[in-house]
Design a protein around this ligand. Sequence first.
Ligand code: HEC
Length: 233
Amino acid sequence: MFKLALLFFMLFAGETWSAGEKECGSLEYCDEYKSNVHDLYSLQRGLGLYKNYCSSCHTLKYLRWNRLQRDLDIPESILTEDLIGSPEVKTSDFITFGLPEISAIGAPDLTLRTRVRGEEWIYTYLRTFYDDIDQPTGANNLVYPGTAMLNVLSGLQGRQELTPDGRLLKSSDGTMTKEEFDLAIGDLVTFLAYASEPARITRERNGIFVILFFIVFTAVMWLLNREYTKDIK
Ligand code: HEC
């Protein structure tokens, strides 16, 4: 009984006091976000944004084009012409967008970044860029102060400034409203979450069947046990 209580305590403690886990770079909390990798259209929109706004600097070098094509249901012509766009690249190649192995400007590979940072970290990071003339890139970030990444999404989001009390204030409009931009970044993070574990789509789907199987199996075994022990009692 004591061991069971200890086990429950440890599980509960891990959930509640996982040291520092809630912290979001230099922010106290990240904005909440939970990806749904079963939403195919969200994944496809995320891929579109990635291709247009991220692929000039960041690779996805642990993911292959043909796996992406299969999982996101991408037609062959769109894959080869719009996404790959080079006859030298095979569909079985890793997704490098022709970038060098090590980025000259220090842009990390993003395949596993949601596993390292967490989805909410990246969701908050991509929405908290603001203008800062003291930075070489002209932009700074609330989550990752002094980041070397340019504010590449300012055309969509609009520009933001930091107020003296540490809040972000919009200084010019982008092509998207705040709600649209948040949804777009959600799609992007969902796509990155998929990239970090493509098997999650099937794993989560199969998991439901496995649990259903166990429930049915337990019920059958319970009935069988009742039948067997009926005469013993
Ligand atoms: C012009 C090049 C460039 C583009 C385009 C770009 N990034 Fe970056 N990104 C960088 C650089 C450089 C860093 C490294 C920042 C640092 O460590 O200070 C970075 C860092 C990051 C990080 C933090 C990685 C980490 O864990 O430290 C994330 C997440 C990220 N980028 C996502 C994106 C996404 C998503 C896009 C597309 C919307 C994008 N980036 C577009 C250059 C770029």
